[in-house]
Design a protein around this ligand. Structure first.
Ligand code: HEM
Ligand SMILES: Cc1cc2nc3c(=O)[nH]c(=O)nc-3n(C[C@H](O)[C@H](O)[C@H](O)COP(=O)(O)O)c2cc1C
Length: 496
C-alpha cells in the first residue's frame, strides 16, 4: 500500500533533478489525503501520461500478481508474461521489481519485448536520474558481446557445411554448442537424419545435355534462386550479435526467403526493417496457451506482411535435452567449488517441467484451421512425421506440409525426415503435387538437397548449418548458400 504523498515525494525528488517534470502531480498530490492500492495508484498516474518512476517504486512490484521490471529504462508490467516467457519463467521471476536490462540485452534485441508485451503493459519510464548511464541508444541497447571463444578459421577455408560445424565445435562457447548441437535423449533421430541421406544412392543417367542448369524454384509465387530456406530456430543471438538480422540479410542477398521464428532474438520489425522493401518472408508460429497472445503474434505477422504462417506442432512438451542439462550441472558444480562450504545444487533448470506456456500442449487440427481463417494466409504445418498427418494437413486446406522431427529435438527414435518424405510419396503421391512440401533434418550436402527434391520436396530447410555459418555473420550465411548452390547445380547436371 502507498499514498499519493509517496508519489509526491518521488515526484519532488525527480523534479529537482530532471527538467520538465509535470508540476501538477506534486500540487495535486499535496491536496489528496486518502490511501489506496499503490498499483492502482501508479497505473492511474500513468494514464495521466506522467510515467516517470524510480527504482524504489519498481522494487515494490515484486510479487507474482504484481510484477514490474525494467528493460532499457522502460518499466513493464510482466505479471501475466512471466509464465509465457519462452526462456522459462524463473528468469523473469528473478527480476521482478528489478532492472533486467543487462540480462535482457544479452539474449534479446531491443525491440523484442515491445513486440511481445502490449502497449498497456508499459507502466512508464525510469526517471532520468535513475536511468542507467549505459544507454547511448544503438550502441548499448543492442547485444554486442563477442559470441565465439576462439578465433574462427578463415572463411575461405570453409569448403562445405561440415567445415562450418567443425569450426563451431571449437569456437562456440560451451553453452551455445550444447544448445545448438544437442538433441533429445540419445540424439538418435538427429544422427539418423543425416545418416539416411547418406544411405540413399543415386542412379545417375548419362548422355543428356546438362549445359544449362536452373536450380530455381517458385514457392507461393516467389522465385527462389535455389530451393533452400532456413529452418526457423530460436536464439540465434547465441552465435552472433546480429542474429536473425544477419541470417535474413544473407538469405535474401542469395535469392532465398527467410522464415522468422516466434522465438527469435530480434523482433519481426527489427528483422524485416533491415530487408529490402516488400521482401517476402514466412513467419513461424508457436501457438501459446493464451490464444489472445497468439493473436497478437499473428496480428504482428500480418502487419509486417508475412506471406505465410509456418505452425510448429512437434514440440507439445519440452523434450529432454541432456547436453544442456550436463552443461548446467557443470556450472552448478563450479559454483559450489568456488564457494567452499556451500551445499552443492547440481539440479539443472532446463527440465521438461520448465517449458513455458509459450507452447500449448493442447493444440489440435482445429487450431490450424483457426489460424488459416484468422490470418487468411497460406499455412504450413511444421513437424509432419507420417503420411496420415500429411493427409490431414491437406484435408484441412493447408498450403503446405513441412516434414520435420525438429532436428531430432522432439521425440528421439522418431523416423528420419527423409524416410517420412518417402512414406508420404509412397502413400499419397497426388498430395505431393497439390501441396508445397518442405523438409528439414540432417541436410548437409547439395546431394542431400537433390535427393529430397527427387523424392518430391519443393524445397529444403537448413537448421544447425545456418547457426554455424552465422558465427561469421551475414557473410557466413552467404558463403554457406553459395557453396551449396555450386554443389547442388553440379549434381543436378549429372543426374537429370
Ligand atoms: C521481460 C524481459 C526479459 C528478460 C529479462 C529475459 C531474459 C532471458 C534470459 C536471461 C534468457 C536465458 C535463459 C537461459 O539461458 O537460461 C532468456 C532466454 C530466452 N528468452 Fe527472454 N527475456 C525477456 C523477454 C523475452 C521476450 C519478450 C521473449 C520473446 C520471444 C523472450 C524469448 C526468449 C527465448 C526464446 C529464450 C531462449 C530460450 C532457450 O534458451 O531455450 N524473452 N531470456
Ligand atoms: C538451436 C535450435 C533451435 C531451434 N528452434 C526452433 C524454433 O524456435 N522453432 C521451430 O519450429 N524449430 C526450431 N528448431 C528446429 C529447426 O527448425 C529444424 O527443424 C531442425 O534444426 C532441422 O534439423 P537440422 O538442424 O539437422 O537442419 C530449432 C533447432 C535448433 C538446432
Amino acid at each position: 500500500m502507498g499514498t499519493i504523498q509517496k508519489w509526491a515525494d518521488i515526484a519532488d525528488s525527480q523534479h529537482r533533478n530532471s527538467e520538465g517534470f509535470p508540476e501538477y502531480l506534486i500540487r495535486g498530490a499535496e491536496s489528496v489525503q486518502w490511501t489506496f492500492d499503490l498499483r492502482q495508484e501508479s497505473l492511474a498516474i500513468m494514464q495521466e501520461d506522467l510515467g516517470l518512476l524510480t527504482l524504489d517504486e519498481v522494487r515494490k512490484h515484486n510479487s507474482s500478481d504484481d510484477a514490474w521490471l525494467v528493460v532499457n529504462n522502460v518499466v513493464w508490467d510482466v505479471a501475466d508474461f512471466a509464465s509465457y516467457h519462452p526462456g522459462g519463467e524463473e528468469v523473469i521471476i528473478r527480476y521482478f521489481g528489478r532492472d533486467a536490462s543487462d540480462i535482457y540485452n544479452e539474449f534479446h534485441g531491443p525491440g523484442l519485448i515491445g513486440e511481445f508485451l502490449k502497449e498497456e503493459k508499459k507502466v512508464g519510464k525510469l526517471s532520468v536520474t535513475q536511468a542507467q548511464s549505459r544507454n547511448a541508444p544503438q550502441q548499448q541497447q543492442s547485444p554486442q558481446k563477442a559470441k565465439v571463444r576462439a578465433e574462427l578459421p578463415d572463411l575461405q577455408e570453409i569448403l562445405n557445411l561440415n567445415d562450418f560445424e567443425k569450426a563451431a565445435r571449437t569456437c562456440l562457447n560451451e553453452k551455445a554448442w550444447a544448445y545448438i548441437s544437442g538433441a533429445t535423449n540419445d540424439n538418435l533421430t538427429r544422427d539418423w537424419n543425416t545418416d539416411w541421406f547418406q544411405k540413399l544412392m543415386f542412379r545417375p543417367r548419362v548422355l543428356r545435355s546438362v549445359k544449362h542448369v536452373d536450380c530455381s524454384t517458385i514457392i507461393l509465387g516467389e522465385k527462389l534462386v535455389m530451393p533452400i530456406l532456413n529452418a526457423p530456430a530460436s536464439s540465434a543471438i547465441l552465435v552472433h550479435p546480429h542474429a536473425e538480422k544477419a541470417l535474413a540479410k544473407g538469405l535474401v542477398s542469395q535469392g532465398s526467403i527467410v522464415i522468422i521464428p516466434t522465438m527469435s532474438s530480434y523482433s519481426t520489425e527489427e528483422i524485416v526493417g533491415d530487408l529490402p522493401d516488400k521482401q517476402p518472408f514466412f513467419y513461424q508460429l508457436y501457438v501459446s496457451e493464451d490464444r489472445a497472445f497468439t493473436k497478437t503474434l499473428l496480428d504482428n505477422a500480418i502487419r509486417f506482411k508475412a506471406s505465410a504462417i509456418v505452425v510448429t506442432v512437434d514440440l507439445p512438451v519440452f523434450s529432454k535435452r541432456e547436453a544442456n542439462e550436463r552443461y548446467e550441472q557443470k556450472i552448478a558444480r563450479a559454483k559450489t567449488i568456488s564457494k567452499p562450504g556451500s551445499v552443492g545444487n547440481t539440479q539443472t533448470s532446463r527440465l521438461p517441467e520448465r517449458a513455458s506456456r509459450a507452447i500449448d500442449p493442447n493444440l489440435s487440427w482445429s487450431d490450424i484451421k483457426w489460424i488459416k481463417e484468422y490470418t487468411g494466409l497460406p499455412v504450413f504445418v511444421k513437424g509432419i512425421q507420417c503420411a496420415e498427418d500429411a493427409l490431414s494437413a491437406y484435408q484441412i486446406g493447408c498450403a503446405g506440409i513441412y516434414i520435420s522431427n525438429h532436428g531430432g529435438r522432439a521425440v528421439d527414435t522418431a523416423q528420419p525426415a527423409i524416410v517420412t518424405l518417402a512414406e508420404v510419396r509412397a502413400m499419397h503421391p497426388k498430395l505431393m503435387e497439390r501441396m508445397i512440401v518442405l523438409i528439414d533434418g540432417g541436410i548437409r550436402r547439395g546431394t542431400d538437397i537433390l535427393k529430397a527434391i527427387c523424392l518430391g520436396a519443393s524445397a529444403v530447410c537448413l537448421g544447425r548449418p545456418f547457426f554455424y555459418a552465422l558465427m561469421y555473420g551475414q557473410e557466413g550465411v552467404e558463403h554457406a548458400l553459395e557453396g551449396e548452390r555450386l554443389w547442388y547445380s553440379s549434381r543436378v547436371a549429372r543426374t537429370e
